[in-house]
Ligand binder design. Structure first.
Ligand code: SF4
Ligand code: SF4
Length: 299
């Protein structure tokens, strides 16, 4: 059985990547299982998804604590205590990391004992879609390649997933082109050998979400206007940066920010608190003069 674990942030599409992989394997005749794990909808917050692929009935359930293939959607997750993406990985695990390695990521990667594949899929996504949407397609298809699925099966899995969405025909076509480009790019790397049967999965720290009533689990939710108290800056993969010469001081970003991360200075220009800004980019989308530039984080 292949055990594949995806780590990402809410909005990056790792739930869908897991589903694309599962659908692709199913189309190829395998028995599959996939399930995501995340809390209430929180764009930017760490989440995980799990895919099992086997030639026979899968009786195992629950989170995958010792993956054969680990897919990580961005390198900021490596230092994120709430994610712990490398937990449970051993020499037999292959890590597929979407990143351009930086000095900040090298210590975590240097300690990694398994096989490592680092590639900038975000650049490939931008090249094809001209947006940030499409990482699910890229990493779903890349992981399909790595476990030995054919290009046809990978594209069939993608089609099965996209058929349930409301994509415009042009967007659908762009995703198929992106998938074909990713599959071609992956030929540079050898595939993950079919895993030998492992013993029962060990207990490791991972994203776990024990249930507790909201009044007990998050009493501060009931306090008014307390968003800035929650430091969600580590969730961010992209940051909005103000270009003051384009700003008309309309306050739209200030009003729209769901985290109250934007204040106004004495001259009424927006000031972003990067300790709180979670990188949802609502402000950049809503700004009528495109005065908020989007920069990729490097940590
Ligand atoms: S400042 Fe912009 S990107 Fe940051 S949380 Fe607010 S709306 Fe989202
Ligand atoms: S929405 Fe754009 S133009 Fe308006 S205050 Fe914010 S940055 Fe300036």
């Amino acid at each position: 059985m292949w055990r594949i674990r995806f780590h990402g942030r809410g909005g990056q599409g790792m739930k869908t990547a897991s589903r694309i992989l599962g659908s692709a394997a199913f189309q190829a005749g395998f028995v599959v299982q996939d399930a995501p794990l995340y809390g209430a909808e929180r764009r930017g917050a760490p989440m995980a998804a799990f895919t099992r692929v086997d030639r026979q009935a899968i009786l195992e359930r629950g989170v995958i604590t010792q993956p054969d293939l680990l897919v990580v959607a961005d390198d900021t997750l490596l230092a994120e205590p709430a994610a712990q993406p490398l937990a449970g990985c051993d020499r037999q695990c292959t890590l597929l990391l979407n990143a351009t390695p930086t000095p900040a990521t090298r210590p975590a990667l240097a300690a990694y004992e398994g096989r490592l594949i680092v590639a900038d899929f975000t650049a490939l996504v931008r090249e094809h879609t001209r947006t940030l949407a499409g990482l699910s397609t890229a990493l779903g298809v890349a992981s399909a390649y790595l476990i030995g699925l054919s290009r046809d099966a990978a594209l069939a899995g993608l089609e099965a997933e996209l058929s349930g969405t409301h994509l415009e025909p042009a967007q659908y076509h762009t995703n198929v082109q992106l998938a074909a480009a990713v599959y071609a790019r992956m030929q540079d790397w050898p595939r993950v050998p079919e895993p030998v049967c492992r013993a029962a999965q060990p207990e490791v720290p991972l994203v776990t979400m024990a249930f507790a009533p909201p009044a007990q689990a998050a009493p501060s939710i009931y306090v008014m206007a307390n968003s800035p108290e929650r430091k969600t800056g580590s969730w961010r993969q992209f940051r909005p940066v103000l270009e003051p010469e384009r700003c008309t001081r309309c306050w739209v970003c200030f009003v729209r920010c769901p985290e109250a991360a934007i204040a106004l200075d004495a001259a009424q220009y927006p000031v972003i608190d990067y300790d709180v800004c979670k990188g949802c980019l609502l402000c950049a989308h809503e700004c009528p003069t495109h005065a908020l530039r989007v920069e990729q984080e490097v940590r």
